[in-house]
Design a protein around this ligand. Sequence first.
Ligand code: ASP
Ligand code: MG
Length: 404
Amino acid sequence: MALIVQKYGGSSVGDAEKIKNVARRVAQTKDKGNDVVVVVSAMGDTTDELIKLAYQINERPDERELDMLLSTGEIISCTLLAMALEAMGYEAISLSGAQAGIRTDAVYSRARIQKVDPERVTRELEKGNIVIVAGFQGITDEMDVTTLGRGGSDTTAVALAVSLGAEVCQIYTDVEGIFTADPRIVPQAKKLSEIGYEEMLELATYGAKVTHPRAVELGELFNVPILVASSFTDSPGTLIHGGVSMEVRNKVKGIAHDLDVAKITVVGVPDHPGIAASIFEPLAKANISIDTIVQNASINKITDLTFTVAKSHLAKAMEVVKPIAQSIGASECVSAAKLGKVSIIGTGMQNTPGYAARMFGTLSEKGINIELITTSEIRITCIIDEAKVKDAVQALHRAFELEG
Ligand code: ASP
Ligand code: MG
């Protein structure tokens, strides 16, 4: 008998029928003799709707109140799932994040889990219950409810799997697993049967929306395998784990893309110590996360500094940077909003020449201009025109022979 943690996303619990479908799947897992802990997201677009509602009431909703409000979305789905299981004759109990022992810091809207006290969950499992936990939320030392950031239920699930010593954390969603590229853009994209943590982390961070990067990070840290599979079919899904074989590692694993990119260039920056700090510290204080940063080699002690932000942060970032640019004597501050990024990812790229050249060559054949380039040991990312992203993903998928 194993202990299994399953997580069902918002689209999998979108209405009463879907909740009943999830209940049947949970029951099957229980019937096989497993102990089952289930983490759920809020139904459908509930979280978005609650945010909208809050802003209709107050343009600057208090962050504590907002977290308390958003946590109710997952409370609804976890209670309904417990009721569905009870209607089928199974013993089930729903627990809020707080009741399940998810302890977090007090950073509202993006709290981090500090520890999990799993006693209550363990006790309920010992009684024979299926335990349904509200995802995306926790509680501070002061007993205030927090949320973990958008998409945070994956993190709840992996954290519970870690603290309970579960055999696997199964994340059920509306797609069949991790693909070599987004199948909506590349119909020939192939589902991967397995992928390493590192590669998955890069894919998730650089645009593959299927799993939350923090959940993958946590899985890697504690070596808990994560299965990503569909809640609507019985297809086997993709296993994210640490023991991926050498041969499978030796190539580009997948192409990620992200359409949410805007860039800001501070032109004619005097090049001396402290300049970068004077620009990026205020941005950090304003809570704007910066993605790529490129500084040109300076000519005559003058340089350009370019960085990218999410499109939704562009206006705020420009507001912060413009006065600084002026005060440090830069000549101007320009922005472009219609960008996207495309990345090739794979541990096989490590220490192997030729991948960058092939990527750039492929984009150039398509007449796609590269605005910025960033790399990690296992990733190369190009920032390009938003309108060319689809073309780029398709061409790269072909160039790196991912069609199989
Ligand atoms: N309901 C939350 C959100 O939509 C958390 C989650 O779905 O994982 O972001
Ligand atoms: Mg959701």
